[in-house]
Ligand binder design. Sequence first.
Ligand code: PLP
Length: 449
Amino acid sequence: MTLAPNSPEARDIAYHFHSYTDAMAHAEQGPQIIEHGEGVFVFDNHGKRYVEAMAGLWSVGVGFGEDRLVAAAAEQMKKLPYYHNFAHRAHPAAIDLAEKLVTMAPVPMSKVFYTNSGSEANDTVIKMLWYRSNALGKPEKKKIISRNRGYHGVTIASASLTGLPNNHRSFDLPLPGILHTTCPHYWKEGRDGESEEDFATRCAEDLDAMIQAEGPDTIAAFIGEPVMGAGGVVVPPATYWEKIQAVLAKYDILLIADEVINGFGRTGNMFGCETYGIKPDAIVMSKQITSSYVPFSAILLNDRFYEPIAEESGRIGVLGHGYTGAGHPVGAAVALENIKIIEERDLVTKSAENGAYFREKLSQFARHPMVGEVRGVGLIAAVELVHPELGDTLPAGKLGAAMNKLLFERGVISRAMMDAMAFCPPMIIEREEIDLIVDAFADALTELE
Ligand code: PLP
């Protein structure tokens, strides 16, 4: 490919080191440059329009170009562009948002701790868990159980929670003391003749066996996304969460719900915990909390989690943890306005109803020879691609990458999680826009054959 030396593409190759990218391939193929967005659409630097069927990175819930969020950010920037929450200081937006989050939590919660990203929030959760166990005089209670295919971020500790090989390979991860149990991926992990419920029982038994083998007194917490996102949109089998929670309750192990993707309407309820009857001790939030207009994240903690930490900070004289940008006034103001929009426009119901429409439309592909499974809940879905003849002999991810390219050519931005094509569009999406995605997928599937 020849590029004009001063083109944005050439300058990107020259100067920009990309996240989650094969740097060598990037130097050959260059970037896809997105310049602006409107509603569910984004436009590249050649003016071509795409349906953003992933809402960016599962995150732009209210869509692109929402003037109310721009106004909220501008107003807050003029009033107080920055302040922090160290050493007893606060600002009104952080207080208002903390109250709002505690009030809207799906289960009783007592406090909000602010961070800047999903990774930092999960990293903070790990530190809080360790601090809590020390506070309780149980210094051996430090291990954390996560799941294969779970995604919790990329800092050293949160990448260790993440259960995906590419986040560990060549990084010398995971850290010791972070364990991974069975992924509740029925389509991939279920055995011949095993019902969904039996599979859920097996997942819970595997967890129980891991806890027994490690020693129940050494396990601080279990962390999971109600519905896994980056691991391939893994919708848990019926009874899964009920059975997992019963195991945790037996051993005094805290439950952390990572709602970074699920939260604020994605699963057809405000929180994924409501969709699956999960009663966590902490909820991790980011992405759709501000529709990603501003980086922001927050952790909701209940009394059981918070109180020993608060007491320990009293003994030591300080909680030695906090980020300069955490609870940023602009982020907090945008989050408040974003939540207001979600509530006023009832985007949660819209996500449930249009999600059902989307999944119904996608289900027409379920019997296609190149489709292994169509799954989803609310407005998050995946189509698992398979090769009818080559099957597992085809390198994992090859079909997904090919489909991604075909969809992009047809004006749809999706994301391939190996061979699972994920769809997670803005929650404002209308049915005719959903049809654009489905029609492009049908056309691309025909070409993939
Ligand atoms: N947790 C979940 C469930 C996520 O999906 C993500 C990101 O995709 C993270 C945590 C990490 O968030 P961030 O990329 O903001 O660090």
